[in-house]
Design a protein around this ligand. Structure first.
Ligand SMILES: Nc1ncnc2c1ncn2[C@@H]1O[C@H](COP(=O)(O)OP(=O)(O)O)[C@@H](O)[C@H]1O
Ligand code: SF4
Ligand SMILES: [Mg+2]
Length: 354
């Protein structure tokens, strides 16, 4: 589809990706990722937003090869990494790193920061001890940690410093893609912006591609070129970040968006806040029809019976809602730009679902 027609190479693709946990016969099957497709261009920041439990971390872990798909697949630069032998996969996986929310989990309390940052190269058996140390000091510098930090232990530095060291550690393997999973969620709000700026700077300096996962719409919209909105294992909307934020075309995105009116000041006054009603469904037995129907402020009869299919409403804007066209008309009536006829939207329509 349009994603693969782009002249810019794809760093990462998910193709009808499924990841399940539990056992169907025992009635405990959880379809954490349930038929997700998208493409991420080289050098882009692809945001994934959704409430807790929507399958974001499962998706992220599968994208870097830490979880095996139960259906569909992942492509790294056009290659299926799950076809590799375990040895090849380990070698290849270094190019696809994941940085997670809890930096404590990434550090052995008995090792200094320098030892931990060197560890990925020790495991890979790369370089001499002096070369590894030299590279570690360079990476610590890139994440704005002073050389004195190198000899400290994890408990002697702050959460923000630990997350910086965590990034330095991921950079040691010269990755192409980093999945950033809730990387600022555990940090004090006052340092979140600094950390996001650091991520943005590193992305430029190293030519990285990010999948930027967060439950926080402000975080994702701040940094991403393109965003995908997840609800219960499915992507309900995907498109250029500014268009999705300014004029959401799915009721779930609209609800998330209306809870954060400060994201896009223009037009914010006119937007009344939507409070999601209804219970969050069980992960083991999600509702039939549209999964969002138990909470959707726009629900109609058809939503309870028929699952809406994903379709491209505007270039690069894919939505799975029976009434997305109506929302598009409404948004345009309000004078909000959903991305129709905009050249830059066409250009950033790379995350088109495949
Ligand atoms: N290892 C696991 N075993 C069983 N269920 C899991 C496992 N990891 C995640 N899940 C379930 O999969 C669903 C999605 O979880 P997760 O990917 O962590 O969502 P998010 O990161 O969006 O909060 C949840 O219902 C969660 O309980
Ligand atoms: S298909 Fe129906 S229930 Fe689902 S998001 Fe659209 S309006 Fe809401
Ligand atoms: Mg998570």
């Amino acid at each position: 589809m349009s994603g693969s027609a782009s002249p810019v190479p794809m760093a990462l693709q998910a193709e009808d990706l499924h990841v399940s946990f539990g056992n169907a016969r025992r009635g405990s099957l959880i379809r954490a990722v349930d038929g997700v497709s998208f493409s991420v261009r080289k050098g882009e920041i692809f945001g994934v937003i959704g409430e807790s439990g929507s399958g974001k971390s499962t998706l992220g872990r599968c994208l870097v090869g830490l979880l095996t798909p139960s259906g569909g697949g992942v492509r790294h630069g056009g290659i299926d990494p799950f076809r590799f032998s375990r040895r090849e996969l380990n070698r290849h996986r270094r190019k696809y790193q994941i940085v997670s929310q809890d930096p404590n989990a990434a550090f052995d309390p008995r090792m200094t920061i320098l030892q931990s940052v060197c560890e990925p190269l020790n495991i890979a058996g790369e370089g001499t001890r002096a070369e590894r140390r030299e590279k570690a000091f360079e990476m610590l510098d890139r994440v704005a940690l002073s050389p004195e930090m190198a000899n400290r232990y994890p408990h002697e530095i702050s959460g923000g410093q630990k997350q910086r060291a965590n990034i330095a550690r991921a950079l040691m393997l010269d990755p192409n893609v980093i999945v950033c999973d809730e990387v600022v969620a555990a940090l004090d709000v006052s340092i979140q912006a600094d950390m996001l700026n650091l991520f943005a700077r590193l992305q430029e300096q190293f030519g990285l591609t990010y999948v930027f996962i967060s439950h926080d719409l402000r975080v994702v919209s701040h940094i991403s070129d393109c965003v995908a909105v997840m609800y219960f294992g499915k992507i309900v909307e995907v498109g250029p970040a500014h268009a999705v934020m300014e004029a959401p075309l799915h009721p779930y995105t609209e609800a998330l968006r209306s809870a954060e009116p400060e994201i896009t000041p223009a037009g914010a006054d006119a937007r009344s806040r939507i409070i999601l009603q209804g219970e969050i469904p069980s992960a083991v037995s999600p509702p039939g029809g549209c999964r969002f129907h138990t909470r959707c402020p726009r629900v109609r009869d058809v939503c309870r019976i028929q699952e809406p299919q994903q379709r491209e409403l505007l270039p690069g804007r894919h939505v799975a809602c029976h009434f997305a066209e109506e929302m598009l008309v409404e948004q345009e009536r309000k004078g909000l730009s959903a991305g129709r006829n905009r050249v830059q939207d066409m250009a950033s329509a790379t995350q088109a679902l495949t």
